[in-house]
Design a protein around this ligand. Sequence first.
Ligand code: ATP
Ligand code: MG
Length: 315
Amino acid sequence: MTMILDIQQLYVHFPVSSTVIRAVDGVDINIEQPEALAIIGESGSGKSVLGLALLGLLPANCTVNGVIRYHGDNLLTLSENELEMIRGRKIAWVPQNPTGAMNPSMTVGNQIGEPISLHIEKDKTKIRKKVLELLQFVRIIPPEERIDSYPYSFSGGMLQRSLVAMGISGHPEVLVADEPTKGIDIMNKQAITYLLRVLCKEGITLILITHDLPFVQNLADRIAVMYSGRIVEIRERQAFFDGPLHPYSRGLLRSLPENGLHPIPSGTEDSEEKDGGCRFRFRCTSAIERCRIEPPLIPFPEGSAVRCWLYDRRE
Ligand code: ATP
Ligand code: MG
């Protein structure tokens, strides 16, 4: 495996009136090719903003610092023209909200074909043939009857699968899928899981942003857990599900229905970000005095790491 994306000290902050939202706050992670990396964590932890940073799609109202190295280039310093050569073609995106992500006045087939016509092929007949193949691949059948339909006539699951088809139509090396199983039924979920697994076998690097732990359990090679803009744990999938290390990760697994739906206690103060210690400590039942100081990501064997003083073996 080779490293395809090397993210170092990534910060994405949003100055909002008198405060700053630290959406991504010092993220370091290497992503290999091929692998399926899942980024999990509760709402607002910075997962989508991290994904948008990889695509060069961050909104204008943020400040960005750090390095996102892709084949030697720092994506954060490329021009918009240079980014356009990468976006869709090398690194593609399946956005979070399928209904809002599609253009309602353009046929699904034309939307799926757009990355092909931008990056690969100008011949309209060849593009249509490729789009028909993609529709077949994502099980939107019969493709000939669906290709000229508009998004309003598709169910949520069909839209989600169309977005996957759109994401892969430019043959990307990396596919960032934001909540690909959100709001769809079990059959569509299984279909998406199967499609993504096939793509992984074909060598695409998948970055799965999700709340859906059972989905991740079926698909991911590694899990990165985000909390309040930071990665608090990175583990191989099986090791993570067998025994998560960080108290927040343990809480995430305990909150699953099969583990009794135990909720993670909510913070008692809004001071999580104010004084620089571990941000989870106000909700953590294992918190100790030392947690007033921000813990580093403590390395574990085989590329694992956890940001928690409980695992610091130095005295
Ligand atoms: P969810 O699971 O609900 O999708 P998330 O982990 O993807 O959550 P993000 O969308 O990455 O969360 O947001 C991280 C933080 O950044 C949140 O506090 C959010 O309100 C803030 N944020 C995101 N986009 C903007 C923006 N354009 N302007 C200001 N704040 C933003
Ligand atoms: Mg999100």
